[in-house]
Design a protein around this ligand. Structure first.
Ligand code: SF4
Ligand code: MG
Length: 320
């Protein structure tokens, strides 16, 4: 269970009047080998912070991130290097994560050198092989990032991540800056690579439609907490949380075909994580909220096998 808060300074706050923003509030998740876990939720819900906690880019205030059973902060130096290599990120905007002055073949080859993963005289060949695995051509080795489209740049970012021979790939909104037609290509590529290399994949997206076909399980986050965790197919057919229901109803194709009936949200404004509502954190927007929701915070509880949700009233709301 990890938590992470930030101090907010400036922006209209007087000195000494700091606000604590709870970006991730006691989230407990495990990712098993070969699994694809999706993390869904609106922007600001703590998805990216959670991804950074998992990669060790941020340290939790409390709780532990462990890798293969070991707390990542307690690892000896060689194990830390192995952890860094084993857990690779794919970013939302590949352009800002690629060095504009570096030839893309060299960018992809860099992790091979850093982690000494192949002989120096085989670097170029290995890098070309990675380029081909992600659908680029070896002829493009000496080009620079600005010569590529958004989708191609994302392929470059994926090839670079793959070069480190990771066990886990964390993709934070990997397709949200791309056209719809390109999105499907990149998702399919991630899916194929996952199978070929036996990777575990953590996919962060605000769009449940993106997560639907690739994920084994999906965690829905709201204001820093997981409010529902379910096998992906179950989430789409038997969701157990009003917030998940609202996210599902916002996907046009699903709304039409499944007949999910959903009361409209009471507000589209997301309350600030710096000022969490009492009781259920979703109650100010929840169309089903009752007295108990304003007073008591619901626990994440198993509702069906392997399916958890945090809602006092789910039995009543989701009768089948
Ligand atoms: Fe809505 Fe109450 Fe369930 Fe929270 S606990 S999601 S407010 S019904
Ligand atoms: Mg984000």
């Amino acid at each position: 269970r990890v938590s992470k808060s930030f101090d907010l300074k400036g922006s209209g706050l007087s000195a000494g009047n700091k606000l604590r923003l709870k970006a991730v509030d006691t989230v407990s998740l495990n990712l098993t080998a070969g699994e694809t876990l999706g993390i869904a939720g609106e922007s600001g819900c703590g998805k990216s912070t959670l991804a950074k906690l998992i990669t060790g880019l941020l340290q939790p205030d409390s709780g532990v991130v462990s890798f293969q059973g070991n707390d990542i902060r307690q690892l000896a130096a060689p194990d830390t290097r192995q952890f860094r290599r084993s857990v690779q990120m794919v970013f939302q905007d590949p352009f800002s994560s690629l060095n504009p002055r570096m030839r893309i073949g060299d960018t992809i080859a860099e992790p091979l050198l850093i982690h000494k993963l192949c002989d120096v005289d085989r670097i170029r060949e290995t890098s070309v092989n990675l380029m081909e695995q992600v659908g680029l051509s070896g002829d493009q080795y000496d080009r620079f990032p600005h010569e590529f489209s958004g989708g191609q740049r994302q392929r470059i970012g994926i090839a670079r991540a793959l070069a480190a021979r990771p066990a886990v790939l964390i993709a934070d909104e990997p397709v949200s800056s791309l056209d719809i037609s390109i999105q499907a290509q990149i998702i399919n590529l991630l899916q194929d690579l996952k199978q070929q290399h036996g990777l575990s994949l953590l996919m962060v997206s605000h769009d449940l439609g993106v997560l639907r076909h690739i994920c084994d399980r999906i965690a829905v986050m709201y204001l820093g907490a997981v409010v529902e965790l379910a096998p992906a197919s179950e989430l789409f057919t038997h969701c157990r949380h009003p917030y998940s229901q609202a996210l599902l109803a916002a996907i046009p194709s699903i709304h039409k075909n499944s007949g999910i009936s959903c009361r409209p949200l009471r507000s589209h404004d997301v309350p600030s994580a710096a000022n969490l509502p009492e009781g259920c954190r979703f109650h100010p927007r929840c169309p089903y909220a009752e007295e108990i929701c304003r007073k008591e915070s619901p626990m994440l509880q198993e509702q069906r096998p392997g399916h958890l949700a945090a809602c006092h009233l789910s039995d009543r709301i989701f009768t089948e």
